[in-house]
Design a protein around this ligand. Structure first.
Ligand code: ADP
Length: 220
């Protein structure tokens, strides 16, 4: 079986991270999340980390040049492919990705656009909890851990991200509309856009995602 090369995008709270983990376990493809990478850098407490946390805690995008640099460092030549989650988020990032991939003679299989109504997004973000250790994602109502506050997988502590506070969520949703939504058109023009309804539970969404991946693979 060949590699799977995917871009996942969609508004904050749509479930990209959860779905990326499901795709990773089914197809054995590395999950590359710029948000997770930045949170790791923030944890290290370096100057770069402090600068990143300022943008993130306000719900704003990290400047393109920084994001593109970090991404380039982390995109290893992996013959199994990649699942990009949270990148690209602007047209400039999409163009930079295209240049990186052209340089490696790799092409994208699909850009999956997850869609859900705004009430679903805000409800998901306010109940989201993440493991400090392995970064697994839970929801206090929809996907609770077996023991409250403790990760089922690694026993790590679960926490609420600073940017999942209501006021910051509103900014993130607005930034998505203003800066990222135009990628729908960008990938449609390249004939790579696949829209998936993400308003139901993760298993239902995953079924649709598998159909997209498998049909792309059969077409190759
Ligand atoms: P979500 O998609 O739920 O907003 P992420 O974990 O993907 O969460 O991103 C968290 C924050 O990290 C963003 O609000 C932004 O500040 C920063 N970030 C992540 N990826 C990018 C990117 N590609 N470009 C700019 N900023 C980014």
């Amino acid at each position: 079986m060949g590699a799977v090369n995917l871009v996942l995008f969609g508004a904050p709270g749509v479930g990209k991270g959860t779905l990326a983990e499901m795709i990773k376990s089914e197809y054995g493809v590395p999950h590359i999340s710029t948000g997770d990478m930045f949170r790791e850098l923030v944890k290290e407490g370096t100057e770069v980390g402090r600068m990143l946390s300022k943008y993130m805690n306000e719900g704003k995008l990290v400047p393109d040049d920084i994001v593109i640099g970090v991404l380039r460092d982390n995109m290893k030549d992996d013959e199994k492919g990649f699942i990009l989650d949270g990148f690209p988020r602007t047209r400039k990032q999409a163009e930079a990705l295209q240049t990186i991939l052209d340089g490696k003679r790799i092409s994208l299989d699909a850009a999956i656009n997850f869609e859900a109504p705004v009430e679903v997004l805000t409800e998901r973000l306010s109940g989201r909890r993440q493991c400090r250790g392995c970064r697994a994602i839970y929801h206090i109502k929809n996907m609770p851990p077996k023991e409250p506050g403790i990760c089922d997988i690694c026993g790590g502590a679960l926490y609420q991200r600073d940017d999942d506070r209501r006021d910051v969520v509103m900014v993130r949703l607005k930034v998505y509309e203003e800066e990222t939504a135009e990628l729908i058109d960008y990938y449609r023009r390249k004939d790579l856009l696949k829209s998936v309804d993400a308003s139901n539970d993760p298993e239902t969404t995953f079924k649709e995602v598998k159909e997209v991946i498998n049909s792309q693979r059969n077409a190759q």
